[in-house]
Design a protein around this ligand. Sequence first.
Ligand code: SF4
Length: 232
Amino acid sequence: MIFQDPMTSLNPTLTIGTQIVESLRRHLDLSREQARRRAVEILEEVEIADAGRRLEDYPHRYSGGMRQRVMIAIATACRPKLLIADEPTTALDVTVQASVLDLLHDLRRHHRMALLLITHDMGVVAEMADEVVVMYAGQVVEQAPTLELFDHTEHPYTEALLAALPQVDGADVGRRRLAAIPGRPPSLLEPAATCRFAPRCPYASRADGCASSMPELRAIRPNHYARTMHPE
Ligand code: SF4
């Protein structure tokens, strides 16, 4: 698993090499020397230049993007079948973000590894995902293959997430206000027995049943599920 902020995942008092070798030796039956050679290969795979020398550096000598590459190296060192990436590029600037996503994409293909990507950025979803599960307040509210979800959005929360994406084309570019979702997510200490999105849903007052019961997650079309009383 890799997390949002690589600086809080890496131990600042240990060299990068020690941290990679530790995971290799714990999970694979390698000698110290074999593990070190393997660590160099893994760092090269995540495109860290001069990998042999950089193993001796501490995390503070790496930039944010390089630290995230190191985290990816540690997480994929033992060739997992599944990599869980929780907002892996949120702490990075946009150009570094793109290169880290490219790297994840390449590693996924190269090692035939599944990638579970957790993100609020629908642009990243469009680029990376085959299948999307949209969650709100601890519940799945919509699930579909990516193209289907973008072309035929069924749940008002998914619609609001897409509307919140900045647009860079059109005549009024630069003058358009960015859409925001009003209100706040509900407390999950005492979750409502009705639709959890209702207090923020623009259709709630016009639609029947929203405030009286919890909508089930149901198939709207083959492979497309939504938790709403009123799809479309
Ligand atoms: S059930 Fe009603 S309130 Fe909830 S998302 Fe659907 S339309 Fe909105």
